[in-house]
Design a binder for this molecule. Structure first.
Ligand SMILES: [Zn+2]
Length: 199
């Protein structure tokens, strides 16, 4: 059986990247009845059903790093994909570039003032305020962006917790599910918690 790596891209036969469904439409039933030759489909009564994981393994082929060749059937029986966690890094580089540019601009104005040897130092002094104000503005912008980023990240991480719980449930169902080749139903036995377990 092919185990997918966490966030591996999957390519269809024509080389296009395929986004597999995150949530398979499972048909959840209390019990999948055994027919004369195997599990009986709870939707169309056909027998036998096959384990979804086996149908998946038979419908996929590894063709190099990060590439899995799928046939059409594979798309129907694909396992749920692991959700991608949010990037916890604050993009500080662009902020630092802007903050760092201000002292450079300050020096530039000073040099320009000295070189031109202008009599009107008032103009140079006024121009020097630009990088100073820019420096303060860039600092405020950075702090505000960082706070906003932290807030957004917390929300994304909470969402991620929900997604992982859903993924774990779907992954567990997928491993226990059966596929009907006649009608395409993916069925999984999931007795209700109130049901009395038998044997
Ligand atoms: Zn069926």
């Amino acid at each position: 059986m092919i185990e997918l790596d966490a966030y591996e891209p999957i390519y269809y036969q024509n080389g296009q990247q395929v986004e597999l469904q995150n949530n398979i439409g499972f048909m959840v039933v209390n019990q999948i009845v055994d027919g004369p030759v195997g599990k009986r489909c709870p939707n169309c009564n056909a027998v036998p059903m096959k384990r979804t994981s086996i149908v998946w393994a038979e419908s996929t082929q590894r063709a190099g790093h990060g590439i899995v060749v799928l046939n059409r059937l594979a798309l129907r029986v694909a396992p749920p994909r692991q959700p991608r966690p949010p990037d916890p890094r604050f993009p500080i580089e662009s902020h630092l570039k802007l903050i760092g540019a201000m002292p450079a601009l300050f020096v530039l104005v000073c040099c320009a003032g000295a070189l031109t040897n202008t009599a009107d130092t008032g103009v140079v002094t006024a121009l020097l305020w630009l990088p100073i104000l820019g420096f303060v503005a860039a600092l405020i912008w950075t702090v505000r962006s960082y706070l906003k980023f932290r807030e957004g990240l917390a929300a994304e991480q909470w969402q991620m917790g929900q997604s992982i719980a859903r993924y774990n449930r779907d992954q567990d169902r997928w491993r226990r599910s059966w596929f009907c080749g006649a009608c395409g139903t993916v069925a999984v036995e999931e007795p209700s918690p109130t049901a009395t377990p038998t044997g």
